[in-house]
Design a protein around this ligand. Structure first.
Ligand code: ACO
Length: 382
């Protein structure tokens, strides 16, 4: 494209397609998955119920839910060569790079790997949903020299995650918190990782390739990487009484951004942050220390009373209080973003199937701003 065209940098406000999966109402701070309010789903739904909702467009009946739960649990097993590959990776590798690599390797052992039919995609979506959870639980064990634990067929995905991570499937507080976290993170419209997943399959490529693209995109600190960065920030602040000084030195001076605050779409409070705030507060009551919640709460209130944040409609996003929830449960902070990925897998696969059902190649344009009509200069004369 040459001069005269309007550039939509960052694709702000551009509607690229239709979707029945979720409505993100940024002005009012509302989020709906296929008709249901996020607050209702987070309070009541099993993650697998939301997966069914997104894949099928309606909530499951009891036997349908049990069938999907069992199917995902049965298919969450990792192929032996992928487990062996994980054990050979550098122990200090970025866990999102590990997840991206392993998700790519999974395609090589998937019986439907190169089959893009709707039936094969549905089977791959089931496998990937289980396997990404298994990978996320296995890596912290493998890198610390422990044997990974295989998934159990009788557990929900949230229970299986905690079981495969710790060996204990019965910590109800942790299981419930992980389930709620997963429900809240399942789906979120045309965010960057979902967009690249849809773009990938729009070329006729396969589901695993799209998931690898999505994981690589989620890794960035402006997207899924913000939960880890938020927790690093809380740890740096250290004590609730340091919040005000930290804010003056780092934020008022314009040196840094508060990680976990601000959102491209939400110009009101992210409804997921409101749910996670309550979760984080309740967990803090039972944890050995409340200080991480207190730091987050105090910094959030400090920012919300600041004119700069008020003028720009900057509120806590999903990553802010989820960092406190995940840290309080005892997860390594660099595993927070893989947890985001293992929750978002159902949204990504739903979008991939939606794209494939009514596909058009995603191919935007760019305004050319380089030079024109340069005379060719032979190599020896340059
Ligand atoms: N702290 C301080 N100032 C901020 C913050 C923040 N967290 N976020 C935005 N601002 C300011 C910017 O400096 C800018 O100010 P200016 O108008 O004076 O230049 C203004 O608010 C708008 O910011 P943009 O970066 O233009 O907004 P954009 O929509 O592109 O960015 C983003 C959204 C990337 C999320 C941003 O708010 C940010 O960097 N937040 C911190 C990282 C984060 O939490 N990411 C997770 C996003 S949610 C998710 O992916 C799950």
């Amino acid at each position: 494209m040459v001069a005269g065209a309007t550039v939509h940098k960052g694709l702000d406000g551009i509607i690229v397609d239709e979707s029945r999966l979720s409505l993100v109402n940024g002005a009012e701070g509302k989020l709906i998955y296929s008709g249901y309010k996020i607050e209702d789903l987070a309070a009541n739904a099993l993650y697998e119920e939301v997966v069914y909702l997104l894949w099928e467009g309606r909530l499951p009946k009891k036997d349908e839910l049990e069938a999907l739960r069992a199917d995902i649990a049965r298919n969450a097993v990792l192929p032996e060569p992928v487990l062996e590959m994980l054990k050979s990776l550098p122990k200090d590798a970025n866990p999102m790079a590990v997840l991206r690599t392993a998700a790519s390797a999974l395609s090589l052992y998937d019986p439907d790997g190169e089959d893009n039919s709707p039936e094969a995609n549905r089977r791959k979506a089931v496998r990937l949903t289980g396997q990404i959870t298994t990978l996320t639980a296995a890596w912290p064990r493998i890198r610390s020299g422990q044997e990974p634990i295989a998934p159990r067929e009788d557990l929900t995905l949230a229970q299986n995650f905690m079981y495969m991570l710790t060996g204990n499937a019965d910590d109800k507080t942790a299981n419930d918190a992980i389930n709620a976290y997963m429900v809240l993170l399942t789906e979120h419209g045309m965010n960057a990782s979902t967009f690249v997943a849809r773009s990938t399959v729009s070329t006729g490529s396969d589901m695993h390739s799209a998931i690898v693209s999505a994981i690589g995109t989620l890794k960035g600190p402006a997207h899924g990487g913000a939960n880890t960065e938020a927790m690093k920030m809380f740890l740096e602040i250290g004590e609730p009484e340091n919040v005000d000084r930290w804010f003056e030195e780092n934020i008022k001076t314009g040196k840094r951004r508060i990680m976990g605050i601000g959102h491209r779409i939400y110009k009101a409070l992210d409804p997921r942050a409101a749910v996670l705030y309550e979760r984080a507060r309740a967990l803090a009551e039972t944890a050995h220390t409340k200080k991480w919640f207190e730091i987050a709460d105090r910094l959030d209130k400090r920012a919300r009373s600041d004119q700069y944040f008020i003028d720009r409609n900057l509120y806590a996003n999903v990553d802010y209080y989820s960092a406190i929830v995940l840290y309080t449960i005892g997860l390594d902070i660099d595993m927070f973003t893989p947890l985001f990925a293992m929750s978002r897998i159902a949204g990504w696969t739903a979008h991939i199937m939606e794209q494939q059902a009514n596909n058009r190649l995603v191919r935007p344009d760019v305004l050319y701003t380089g030079p024109m009509d340069l005379p060719w200069v032979p190599l020896e004369e340059r």
